[in-house]
Design a protein around this ligand. Sequence first.
Ligand code: A3P
Length: 322
Amino acid sequence: MSIEEMKELAPKKEVMFWNVHEICQMEGFWFLAHLMESMVAFRSDFQPRSEDVLITSFPKTGTTWLMALCHNILHRHDNREEDDILTRMNLHEVVPTLDVFFLTDQVQNLLLNSGGGRLLHTHLPYTCLPESVRNSGCKIVHVTRNPKDTLVSMWHFFNKVLKRDPTATGPFPMEGAVESFCTGVLPWGPFHENVVSYWEESKKRPDEVLFLKYEDMCRDPKKEVRKLASFLGKPFPPTSVNGGVDEEVEKVLWRSSLGRLRELEVNKNNVVSELTQISNSSYFRKGTVGDWKNYLTPQMAERVDQLTQLKLQGTGLSLDDF
Ligand code: A3P
């Protein structure tokens, strides 16, 4: 589909996200208008390889953690700290978000010059993925998170990175953030439809689409990372082989941990990524389950809960049992 055709699909009325960015609707989902060109190019020109691994996620659901885990599983035999590219580059540069950065030289070079399978990412829902990806047989790993923590994490993130009107005082009101989350009018939203698109596909093709939850990863990281490694075709040795020691699993978890990544110089305050144009530190905050309790009123929480119940009815998916 050409950019002109895409603009035709966009609503005639301008819709603003958080009073900052114009967003437009395509195939039932909302996208930042200034990223449409990149998304169209990704959808029409991306050439997947069957060995590629595509991480997919709605924003603020654990993308960075999953990028780290996949990267560290796939490179777990590079033992020397100085060989670890994550000490020099932020994860979002190592694992680029294709629908956002497809047209940049950095991503084009990475796509062309990496041999074998590549580790890549997108926020697009399954139904909007390039046709080529859906037919490629490449592995897809989706991560999601309970909607209230996603919303709160997003509120913090966008307050940090969106270039709001300089006369605006204080953070964007939480009421407005809840409204856009619940109406689904937010980038890559609606949240529930985006997540369910992968949930349904993971049920149809479990060998090719793995569906993970942030909270499961927090609750039992070893189990989830073992599952992920097996799915990626790089299983860890069974615990019994090492006399009950999970050394390799623990190393991957440590290398991917929020505590370690946040403290790397490359992810500290003033380092701004050339690719993302935002501070690398923005991707790391608390990383806890249930932080929404500190920000949402009972009425806001109730509104999100009711919506979640409605949207997930009959899918077999639960996102709120934490
Ligand atoms: P909080 O804002 O709740 O702290 P994404 O990577 O999709 O943008 O999601 C960001 C959320 O994941 C943030 O949550 C962030 O703190 C958390 N996060 C980032 N890196 C992480 C890691 N290595 N382990 C666990 N959580 C991480």
